[in-house]
Design a protein around this ligand. Structure first.
Ligand SMILES: *[C@@H]1O[C@H](CO)[C@@H](O)[C@H](O)[C@H]1NC(C)=O
Ligand SMILES: *[C@@H]1O[C@H](CO)[C@@H](O)[C@H](O)[C@H]1NC(C)=O
Length: 254
C-alpha cells in the first residue's frame, strides 16, 4: 500500500479514477509518440522499489498493468481461434497478474511486431483462457487449468488449420504454461509447432518438450530473478517488450 501511494504521488496519477491528461503528460506522450517499452522504461525510473517477491507485489503489478492498458489503449483480449485459417496463428499465455488473456507487457507489442512484418490479415491471435494467472499458479509451476487449455487450443488449431504456422508463446508464468502445454501434446503435434517463444521464462534452461531446439527462442534478461526460478520481480522482468522485434524476426523466419 505504501508503495502504491508512492507510485501515485510520483506520477501525479490516480488509478482509482480516470488518468488526467495533465500530470506528467505521459498519457499524451505514449499515445502520440512513445513505444510501450520506452514508456515502461520511463515509468520504471519512477518505480525504483520494484524489488519484492511476486506475492507481495500483486497489488502493485495489477495497478501498474491497468495503468499501461489505460494509457496505451492496447487490446488485452484476443479470441481468434475458430475463425478463418491464416498463415500464422499465435497462441499466447500472459504473465502473473496480467489483464485480459494476452496481458499488456509483452502480448500486444509482440502482436504488433509480427503484424508489422506479415500484415494483420496473416495472423490469428488467441490468448489462453481458463487461466487465472495467479501467484499460486506460478508457485506450483504454472496453472494446471491454463496449461491444459493451451494444449487444447494448440490441438484445435492443428485440427482446423493444419497449414498455419503455430506460434506457442508466453511471458513469465505464461512461459511455464507453454512448457506444460507442450509436454501434454502428442509428439506429432509438438513437432508441427512452427516456433515456441518465451519471455522471462521461469523454466529457462529447460527444453520445450516435443519442440525442436532450433524452433525454440527464449529471452531472459541478465538479473531477472524469475529466469532462475526465483520469486523476486525486478525491473528486468518487466521490460521484455524490448525483445519483441527480435522475436518477430525469429517467428517469421520459420
Ligand atoms: C517523436 O519521436 C521522434 C523520434 O523518436 C522525435 O524526433 C520527435 O521529436 C518526437 N515528437 C514529439 C512530439 O515528441
Ligand atoms: C538462461 O539459461 C541459459 C542456458 O541455461 C543460461 O545461459 C542463462 O544464463 C540463463 N539466463 C538467466 C537470466 O538466468
Amino acid at each position: 500500500m505504501r508503495f502504491s501511494l508512492y507510485i501515485l504521488s510520483c506520477l501525479g496519477l490516480s488509478l482509482a479514477s480516470p488518468i488526467p491528461s495533465e500530470g506528467l503528460g505521459m498519457r499524451e506522450l505514449i499515445r502520440k509518440n512513445t513505444s510501450l517499452n520506452n514508456f515502461i522504461t520511463l515509468l520504471l525510473e519512477y518505480l525504483p522499489a520494484i524489488d519484492d517477491t511476486i506475492a507481495d507485489l500483486v497489488g502493485v503489478l495489477t495497478d501498474f498493468e491497468a495503468l499501461l492498458v489505460d494509457v496505451t489503449g492496447d487490446q488485452d483480449t484476443y479470441n481468434g481461434l475458430g475463425g478463418p485459417c491464416t498463415e500464422y496463428t499465435l497462441i499466447f499465455a500472459r504473465g502473473t497478474t496480467e489483464p485480459g488473456n494476452v496481458g499488456i507487457l509483452v502480448g500486444p507489442p509482440l502482436i504488433t511486431a509480427i503484424t508489422n512484418i506479415v500484415g494483420t490479415s496473416a495472423l490469428t491471435v488467441q490468448g489462453v483462457n481458463n487461466y487465472g494467472a495467479t501467484v499460486d499458479g506460478y508457485l506450483e509451476g504454472g496453472d494446471p487449468a491454463g496449461s491444459a487449455e493451451m494444449a487444447k487450443q494448440i490441438q484445435q488449431a492443428y485440427a482446423a488449420c493444419p497449414n498455419t504456422k503455430l506460434i506457442a508463446s508466453g511471458y513469465s508464468q505464461g512461459g511455464q504454461i507453454v512448457h506444460n502445454a507442450a509436454a501434454q501434446l502428442p509428439a506429432k503435434v509438438g513437432q508441427w509447432i512452427s516456433s515456441a517463444v518465451i519471455f522471462g521464462d521461469p523454466d529457462n534452461g529447460t527444453a520445450v518438450a516435443n519442440v525442436p531446439a532450433s524452433k525454440t527462442d527464449v529471452y531472459c534478461h541478465q538479473g531477472d530473478n524469475i529466469c532462475v526460478n526465483g520469486d523476486f520481480v525486478l525491473p528486468a522482468h518487466l521490460t521484455y517488450a524490448e525483445n519483441v522485434q527480435a522475436a518477430a524476426q525469429f517467428i517469421t523466419s520459420h
